[in-house]
Design a protein around this ligand. Sequence first.
Ligand code: FAD
Ligand code: FES
Length: 274
Amino acid sequence: MRENPYIPRKAIIEDLKDETPDTRTFRIKLEKERFVFTPGQFIELTVFGYGEAPFSISGKVGESAFEITVRRIGTVTKALFRKKKGDVVGIRGPLGKGWPLERLYGNDVLIIAGGLGLAPLRSLIQLIIENRRRFGNVTLLYGARSPRDLLYKEELIKWRDMVDVHLTVDKGDESWHGRIGVVTVLFDDIHVDPKNTIALQCGPPIMMHFVSKKLKQLGFPDENIYLSLERLMKCGMGFCGKCTISGTYVCLYGPVFCYSDIRGFIENIPEAGV
Ligand SMILES: Cc1cc2nc3c(=O)[nH]c(=O)nc-3n(C[C@H](O)[C@H](O)[C@H](O)COP(=O)(O)OP(=O)(O)OC[C@H]3O[C@@H](n4cnc5c(N)ncnc54)[C@H](O)[C@@H]3O)c2cc1C
Ligand code: FES
């Protein structure tokens, strides 16, 4: 008999790592099964007794474990932050549509992330590094509010061997000698060939609005631009309608969309309140 997709599977928190004062990466392992996903997909995580919330899969660990990176914000995330190694949570998924891997193979890849938006792109960067020869030039532009808000600080250094990494922060401190400003300032530091580059972005709606504008100015065809729209969601399976933007179910047809499919309602993104 087919499993009920509404019923979460039991999983164990194997490890925890603080990334910033309010953000933590959780390594989660399914009790018995393998966990197969495409970077850009998400899971629905249940903290029993508190509720369920969607989180991007931020990393792959072996065959049956994966990572999520969570910001403490409300009921479910606060309850999750009280959990310790060995505690049990519920998992549904992987859900949604991930990054378009077939379009990336053989092309240059430009990744643009703001804040927590790096989470669904980190699992993609891991995949690129594992299969580096299958991709052309790979560039990461990443912006955070301040140096201490940068996620995956040690990995950002290691990735430089394989990926052209550019960082910026809105507000520096005495330790910061890099770029200051919003993520679009980093476009001044790079050269890309828009016809042979696929651009992937995830971040606050206002960032994606201005990054899309910049990519269009640089001559990127709509078909070469992808965005992850992390809308508020409930069921994650196309039943409740909570995630719709202009009638499109983000949970079913996204969260990753090609710009050419959503340009009709892209103008609404800054007000989307995601
Ligand atoms: C596809 C998808 C992927 C996501 N990936 C991640 C991820 O990798 N890491 C992560 O930390 N979060 C991610 N989120 C957001 C995460 O689901 C919410 O932060 C979470 O649902 C909050 O639950 P809560 O019960 O702790 O907060 P609640 O108690 O439900 O809400 C507390 C406050 O936060 C606001 N809020 C709730 N959800 C969001 C949201 N999505 N964005 C902004 N404000 C919100 C509410 O309006 C409320 O004001 C993702 C969301 C989606 C749809
Ligand atoms: S979250 Fe329920 S329809 Fe998309």
